[in-house]
Ligand binder design. Sequence first.
Ligand SMILES: O=C(O)c1ccccc1N[C@@H]1O[C@H](COP(=O)(O)O)[C@@H](O)[C@H]1O
Length: 224
Amino acid sequence: MMQYRTRIKVCGLTRLEDVHATAAAGADAIGLVFYPKSARCVSLEQARVLRQAMPALADVVALFVNAEPDHVRQVIEQVQPDILQFHGDESPDYCRQFGRRYMRAFRVGGPGLDTPENVRAACLEFPDASAWLFDSYSAGYGGSGRSFDFALLDVLRADQNARPVVLAGGLNAQSVADAMARLRPYAVDVSSGVEVSPGVKSPERVAEFIAAVGQADAAARSSC
Ligand SMILES: O=C(O)c1ccccc1N[C@@H]1O[C@H](COP(=O)(O)O)[C@@H](O)[C@H]1O
């Protein structure tokens, strides 16, 4: 079935003005990073302010990498994100324990995620995830600005048990249309590709990215 519109998440915001610009440009969600080793990591206090600035009907995603469960609970309680994103090596039981909707990220091309078969097997361990998110493998766990071999996801497209696919990794206004045409993801997720420097978004690049996704959707609809 042809979907009407590809959802858009812009991740790694740290500044109030970037939240305003991203929401105004029409993003469906923003991501707040709670991974201390990331240059985009926000404090609880910062996150509360950014969360409060998001308008109704636009989601706030809280991103974690192998966090202590108590830290995740603290963020849930104090920031009230709409959905959690687990971007490390978290197990299915770990992801489920919070009783919240979650997206599980897979770092494609890395150990154990380097063939279509093992990518598929890893994904199927998370049947209750609200989405499967695919990023490129990087030692720093994410936000690397690098893409990966989309052929590794081909097998998922025909799988009836597949969860909605969120595509990430090196996307920008120039590359996103080709990626969408190739994979037809449910959503796209961008961080480095709309930045001036880590954690500092460019309103122009955010707007260009969102316009490029809209144009790619329009092109897909007209070819149906
Ligand atoms: O953004 C980060 O700093 C980050 C740190 C650790 C794990 C994930 C992180 N971000 C996620 O990485 C992908 C791809 O980002 P990019 O567009 O290639 O820079 C995206 O899902 C972010 O949510």
